[in-house]
Write a protein that binds this ligand. Structure first.
Ligand SMILES: NC(=O)c1ccc[n+]([C@@H]2O[C@H](COP(=O)([O-])OP(=O)(O)OC[C@H]3O[C@@H](n4cnc5c(N)ncnc54)[C@H](OP(=O)(O)O)[C@@H]3O)[C@@H](O)[C@H]2O)c1
Length: 274
């Protein structure tokens, strides 16, 4: 008898492959659409978070000033997953417009992460208001402008998750970078107040306090240790998002550093040079 078409094992293999592809496509279609905004997404931790969230099935709006970096990020992940928006967070009056534009484009919003920050080098005897203003506007006022919009939307919808990337640096005022510390301490208090307002409306607010992460921002830090990669930081933040953490240090060992740093009496702390 004449054999027509594929030999039987090959046919079985192709059928199995087809079934797998179809099942994963159907699963993707059935997956609830999750949508996120990452502000400060063009490099370092923000970019790693965009990659992480996209790999978990989110459609992510990536916000920052550098258009080329945002486009490269989109191209490396896929234009059905990542949507770049060029924006300077210190242009506060533009925030409501761009926030509403993004939520319309994505068709909703479940998660927002504010990661934008600057930390210029500051010498021990330097009091440069231009640098200080940039830190306060980017690290704190920009966060308030963006997260206020999310708070309004999530409170109304009685759901949603707000994540602020703060720092162990906000736990105490130190000699090295007074206004960077201030911006992160202010962010901590703002996020705590948001949490107290919004948890009764079903909204989660997470404060992330990283130690050192190997990014552009770290280049200005004089001494570093326990440095982790942006991808490891993003994985740990994703885990904190899944368990709806309130305040979390990453990696967790920084929690003990925070405890000690906060416990040192001022009379001793002011003699330290870090
Ligand atoms: N690296 C560390 O060791 C460390 C430790 C603790 C906490 N953190 C925090 O982690 C977060 C991410 O920082 P990173 O370490 O990943 O540094 P990074 O690579 O320098 O990232 C900073 C991000 O903020 C964005 N940004 C800065 N100014 C902006 C502005 N005016 N408008 C819009 N976006 C702006 C930058 O994008 P554009 O320049 O393209 O605008 C960039 O995407 C920050 O909140 C930082 O404070 C970092």
């Amino acid at each position: 008898m004449l054999e027509v078409g594929f030999p039987r094992p090959r046919l079985l293999f192709l059928l199995t492959r087809l079934m797998t592809v179809m099942t994963s496509s159907v699963n993707r279609l059935l997956e609830p659409q999750r949508r996120a905004i990452v502000v400060g997404a063009s490099s370092g931790l923000g970019a790693a978070l965009v990659r992480r969230l996209a790999s978990e099935g989110y459609r992510v709006a990536a916000v920052a000033r550098r258009e080329t970096e945002l486009a490269a990020l989109r191209d490396s992940i896929g234009n059905d997953r990542v949507f770049p928006y060029v924006h300077d967070v210190t242009e506060f009056e533009q925030v409501p417009l761009i926030f509403n534009q993004i939520t319309r484009d994505l068709g909703g919003l479940e998660l927002i992460v504010y990661a934008a920050a600057v930390q210029p080098p500051v010498a021990p005897h330097e009091y440069d208001f231009v640098k200080d203003e940039a830190m306060l506007k980017t690290n704190l006022a920009g966060a308030v402008a963006w997260l206020n919009q999310a708070a309004i939307r999530f409170e109304r919808g009685r759901a949603g998750h707000i994540v602020g990337i703060s720092s162990i640096a906000g736990d105490r005022g130190r000699v090295g970078s007074p206004v960077y510390n201030t911006s992160k301490a202010g962010l901590n208090t703002y996020l705590e107040a948001l949490r107290n307002r919004l948890s009764r409306h079903g909204v989660t607010v997470t404060t992330i306090k990283p130690g050192f992460i190997d990014t552009e921002l770290l280049k200005n830090a004089p001494k570093t240790f326990w440095v982790i990669s942006p991808d490891e930081a993003a994985a740990r933040i994703s885990e904190a998002i899944h368990r709806r953490a309130q305040v979390t240090y990453i990696p967790p060992r920084w929690r003990f550093v925070g405890l000690i740093v906060r416990a040192v009496p001022s009379a001793i702390f002011r003699r330290l040079n870090f």
